[in-house]
Design a protein around this ligand. Structure first.
Ligand code: SF4
Length: 210
């Protein structure tokens, strides 16, 4: 399955996991991400669009195993670039996640991308935030979970959170694809993992959703 990585300067400055447990900041992915961020690997945005538009029709692909959507200003998604990416994806099954806050401009950009078939999940840091994001009705939602979670849980408002089956070793994205399904009712949960799992879990339990 095709996967992309975007330079670290795409991440929103107020992401609660930035330098605070983000799984991509450790392990082999961190080495690759650093090279991309330093401009030693990678391609231009136009070249990315070209690559996406030549994927076979119906192909599942994941944007941003590390990094986030391209900003136009700190904290604001570049709606024009996201729209171009969504257009390039048409006929393919692209999906991604974003830690940008769902401000009104960001909501509009994310809603439009989803309407055009490019799935952008809102990433929540706590179950209460997952409820708040789901209530917006603009995009599917994912959330971190405590280390070692293997069974579904419920949010404070009763929404179902299913555990990513890749995280428990039962499958991989190419055989699952739930994160690409825009109309799913379930929130997808990712148990904290990697070298920063303890800090991610602390954010989850302390409810600091800055
Ligand atoms: S829930 Fe499925 S599609 Fe989403 S990350 Fe896990 S394996 Fe991949």
């Amino acid at each position: 399955m095709a996967v992309t990585t975007t330079s670290a300067n795409s991440c929103p400055p107020d992401c609660g996991f930035r330098r605070n447990g983000c799984y991509a900041e450790s392990g082999p992915l961190a080495l690759h991400w650093r090279s991309v961020s330093a401009g030693q690997r990678g391609c231009s945005f136009d070249e990315l669009l070209q690559e996406v538009s030549t994927l076979r029709r119906g192909a599942l692909w994941r944007h941003n195993q590390a990094g986030d959507l391209t900003p136009s200003a700190p904290g604001t998604i570049d709606a024009r670039l996201l729209a171009r990416l969504a257009r390039a994806n048409q006929g393919r099954l692209g999906f991604t996640y974003t830690h940008y806050r769902p401000t009104q401009p960001n909501q509009a950009a994310i809603r439009r991308a989803n309407q055009w078939g490019f799935t952008v999940n809102l990433s929540a840091q706590t179950l209460a935030q997952a409820d708040a994001y789901a209530a917006l009705g603009v995009a599917p939602v994912v959330v971190v979970l405590p280390v070692g979670t293997t069974k579904p849980v419920r949010t404070p408002e009763g929404r179902l959170v299913v555990v990513c089956q890749a995280s428990v070793g039962n499958t991989d994205c190419s055989n699952c694809g739930i994160c690409q399904q825009r109309d799913r009712s379930a929130i997808v949960g990712f148990p904290a993992h990697g070298a920063g799992a303890g800090r991610v879990q602390a954010v989850f339990f302390e409810g600091k959703t800055i």
